[in-house]
Structure formats: structure tokens, C-alpha cells
Design a protein around this ligand. Structure first.
Ligand code: MG
Length: 480
């Protein structure tokens, strides 16, 4: 069903909520009150891996020093209710790249939660990525960093709309060698040789094991080179750091720099990387032509204790559908277009980047399939509210929770990891008012049956139009 038709279907529901002040169709209007861009705008997505809502100084972390991200927020825009499509790497990235819930592309599973080096699946070729849409519009496109949407040749970034690729095709804790210390010990004193991960350039492996101590800096240098090489044409840079996913590595220059320890060192190096990217845009005169989004693929990996990040005041972290798993830090920056110092408290999602980028590039949002993202230009440019009024929280292929306006209903809750994940179904669902209670402490279901009824209606509509894609994460390379 085309997105516009679907949005229209949702309108009666949306209109019944007092906190929704505009119809979703506002999203299709051109932004007003700002000067027209000189060229098709560039897009840069800087994606951290497993960085939590509470890991940036400007978001309240007391000891991690992040001057560049803080400056980016002062010059740009902070989104305080920004969600990823899933609480683990592969499905989250599939959602970002396609603007579609991972259930639709088959990029989620209840048995294997992400892709592994023995996986035979990947993002299907018939999915339409941001890179493919922008490439069609004449953009130069580069993927630098972690991909994790399939490492076999037919699934690499170069087959999904990217002109070039440089990075690790999956997580930096994979390909662990048998001689590495057991369990957590390998992470407490990580050595490059413990994880035999490949560093790829386009479709070739150029280094193995990858020297992870210099990954953040090499990714940044690659990104800077790409910007400089494409200063005269529109470009899309997807800069997806492998850090701060464990095992944690940083360059010698950052060793011991942060009061927060190794994890803080890693974040501070990512912060410097952000500064280097934004400075390159300033120096090349491209700042006013470039929409930059900084965010994370999922919440902090709390089971790694001090080696994982912090979700701040949010509940729990990576791997679950509590807020700490899926609400992530997000800063958008575009001098001259995004009002400096603005804060968007309405809902946004990585799913929204594809339709927004498409409209900015003068392209159509794909009409032959359901796209779950919204064009968020009104909220970005300060001309109207965010068209996104709801968010679905999936774990694998199952819908666990739904946010509508300030309310979030949990139909199922489950701990992220462990031998006993304590999976519990809730009937009626648990209900939290996230405006008042972002930490999800106080169940207000009994006081708001009408909200639960509205959310049930939204779920029924969603299920009626849902077609699950062919499962990709359970396929394994056969061994003979
Ligand atoms: Mg991750």
C-alpha cells in the first residue's frame, strides 16, 4: 500500500488524539522560511554501534568529554525521542537502509538475532536502499565502516547502491579465534589477534585480522577523503563506526584519556571523528549543503558492565524493547536550514531518514511497497510537528510494544540476554506515559483504557497490512 494511502488511513486515529496537532500529510509540504539550497543536499549519516542515550556529555554524562557532539547539538538539533527499528545491529541497520521495519525485509529472527560469519542470508537485492535512491539522482555514495547486512558478495554495500565500501562486513566481536582467552576475559584485555575479522575495500579483504585500534581513525580519514573528492557533486556518506561495540579499541593517542575508562576513551575518539567530519564540511564550504545525522544503532550493551555504555535515565539497554534498547541519542546538523539549538521532543526514527532524504533529493519514496518512515522535514526545519506519532517495537519477528503519542504499551516484556530472559505477556498491556515517565517505572494502564483501545486499533491495522519477508537470518552457509 502506498505510504500516502496508509497515512490517510491512519488520520482518523491520529485526529482523535489531542496531542497530535497536525495531519501527517503536512510532511509532503515543502519547507518554508528557509533559502533554497544551492544544489541537491549531501547526506552524511554517522552511526555509532551500541552507544547509549546517556553517553554524551550534552545528554548528561558526567565524565565523558564530547565537545564536538555538544557543539553539533548547539549548532544543530537534538532529538530526544528518536528510535531505531530494532534493538540489535542487523535488523536496526536494515530498517535504517530501507525505511522499512525489518520484519518486511526478512532481516530479523527469533533464533539468530543478527547475521554471523556463517550466515548465508542478507538484505535482499529487491529492497530499495537510501544509497540506491540517491545514486539514481546522481549522488556519489560511500559506505565506510560496519555493514552487517550480509557479507557474501551478493549482499555487500557495493551491490546495494554504494559506489565504494571500506570497513568490516559484520561486528568486531565475530570470528573469535579458539586461542583467545575464554568468556569475558578476552574483552577485559582485548588483543587484535583475538578476533580474526576482515577489513574490506569494496569486495576484497585487504587486512585480516583488522587492526581494530585504528579503525575509528581510518574510517574517519576515508570519510574525509570522500567528502573532499566529491565537493562538486552531491554525495551520500554512510559512516558506520564499529565502536563502541565490544571489544573496545582506540588509537594510542586516546589511551587513558577519559575519566570513564576504556569505554570513555572510545567515545571520545568517535567524538573527535565527528569534529573532523564537520570541520571538513566547514573548510570545503559544504556545511550549508549537507544534512548530517549522528545516532546509534541500538542502546548500550549493559551485560558487559563497565565495557558497555549507559542509557541514562532510560530503562534497560541493547537487546530489549524497553526504552534503553531502542531510544538512542540523535543530533541533526545543517547550518542555514536546521534551526540552531533546537530540540525536537516529538517522535522520530532511523526509519524516517530514507523518505526524508528521498524528498530532499527530489526523488519519490518507493510506491510499490510499504515504507514505514515519514518525511520529517517539518520537524527538522522548525515549520511543523513531526509526522511520526507512533513507533512499533519488535523483538525479532514479534511485536512487543507500541508507542502512540506519549504513551507506550508493552504487550510482552523480556530481558535482553541471559539464560532466563523472563519473557512475560501482559494482558492488559503495561502502559507508561513517557513524557512523565521516560524510565518506564509507573504502569498507568488502569487509568487509561481508552489509550490502550487506540493502541490496539493501531496494532490491528498494522497486522492487517503486514507481510513478512523471507527470513534471512536463519540461513547458514552449508559445510561439507
Ligand atoms: Mg549495535
Amino acid at each position: 500500500m502506498p505510504i500516502l494511502v496508509r497515512m490517510l488511513l491512519l488520520m482518523p486515529l491520529a485526529a482523535s488524539f489531542a496531542w497530535i496537532s497536525a495531519a501527517p500529510t503536512r510532511a509532503e509540504e515543502a519547507p518554508t522560511g528557509t533559502s533554497a539550497p544551492r544544489r541537491l543536499p549531501n547526506l552524511i549519516i554517522i552511526f555509532a554501534d551500541d552507544m547509549g542515550y546517556g553517553d554524551i556529555a550534552g545528554w548528561g554524562h558526567p565524565t565523558i568529554h564530547t565537545p564536538h557532539l555538544d557543539r553539533m547539538a548547539v549548532e544543530g538539533q537534538k532529538w530526544t525521542s528518536f528510535y531505531v527499528a530494532a534493538s540489535v545491529c542487523t535488523p536496526s541497520r536494515a530498517g535504517l537502509m530501507t525505511g522499512r521495519l525489518p520484519i518486511r525485509s526478512g532481516m530479523c529472527s527469533d533464533t539468530r538475532r543478527v547475521l554471523f560469519p556463517d550466515s548465508a542470508g542478507g538484505l535482499p537485492a529487491d529492497e530499495i536502499t537510501i544509497a540506491e535512491i540517491l545514486s539514481e539522482r546522481g549522488y556519489a555514495t560511500a559506505c565506510v565502516g560496519k555493514w552487517h547486512l550480509g557479507h557474501l558478495p551478493q549482499y555487500l554495500p557495493t551491490r546495494q547502491g554504494f559506489d565504494q565500501y571500506f570497513g568490516l562486513p559484520y561486528s568486531n566481536d565475530m570470528d573469535r579465534v579458539a586461542s583467545a582467552p575464554p568468556g569475558r576475559q578476552a574483552f577485559l584485555a582485548p588483543q587484535i589477534s583475538f578476533w580474526n575479522v576482515p577489513l574490506m575495500k569494496n569486495e576484497e579483504i585487504i587486512e585480516r585480522p583488522a587492526d581494530q585500534t585504528t579503525l575509528t581513525q581510518r574510517y574517519t580519514e576515508e570519510g574525509v577523503r570522500f567528502i573532499q573528492a566529491n565537493r562538486d557533486k552531491p554525495f551520500f556518506l554512510y559512516l558506520a563506526h564499529n565502536m563502541p561495540h565490544v571489544p573496545l579499541f582506540r588509537s594510542p593517542e586516546f589511551a587513558g584519556r577519559s575519566l570513564r575508562g576504556l569505554y570513555g576513551d572510545v567515545i571520545e575518539e568517535i567524538d573527535r571523528s565527528v569534529g573532523q567530519i564537520l570541520n571538513t564540511l566547514r573548510e570545503t564550504g559544504l556545511a550549508e549543503d549537507t544534512w548530517v545525522v549522528f545516532t546509534s544503532d541500538n542502546g548500550p550493551w549493559l551485560t558487559f558492565e563497565e565495557l558497555g555504555g549507559s542509557a541514562g535515565l532510560l530503562r534497560n539497554g541493547k537487546g530489549c524493547t524497553w526504552e534503553g534498547g531502542m531510544r538512542v541519542p540523535c543530533v541533526m546538523w545543517w547550518p542555514g536550514r536546521i534551526p540552531p539549538g533546537s530540540v525536537v521532543r516529538e517522535i522520530g526514527s532511523t526509519l524516517d531518514i530514507l523518505p526524508t532524504a528521498a524528498r530532499l533529493a527530489g526523488a519519490e519514496v518507493p510506491q510499490d511497497r510499504i515504507v514505514d518512515g515519514f518525511d520529517i522535514r517539518p520537524a527538522m526545519f522548525g515549520t511543523g510537528p513531526s509526522p511520526r506519532t507512533h513507533m512499533f517495537f519488535y523483538r525479532g519477528t514479534q511485536l512487543y510494544a507500541v508507542r502512540l503519542g506519549p504513551y507506550k504499551a508493552h504487550f510482552i516484556t523480556e530481558e535482553p540476554y541471559g539464560a532466563n530472559t523472563n519473557r512475560q505477556a501482559h494482558e492488559p498491556p503495561l502502559l507508561f506515559n513517557l513524557d512523565i515517565d521516560p524510565g518506564e517505572h509507573w504502569n498507568v494502564a488502569a487509568a487509561h483504557p481508552e489509550v490502550i483501545a487506540e493502541i490496539r486499533e493501531l496494532v490491528a491495522q498494522h497486522r492487517a497490512e503486514l507481510q513478512a519477508g523471507e527470513p534471512q537470518l536463519d540461513k547458514r552457509i552449508s559445510r561439507r
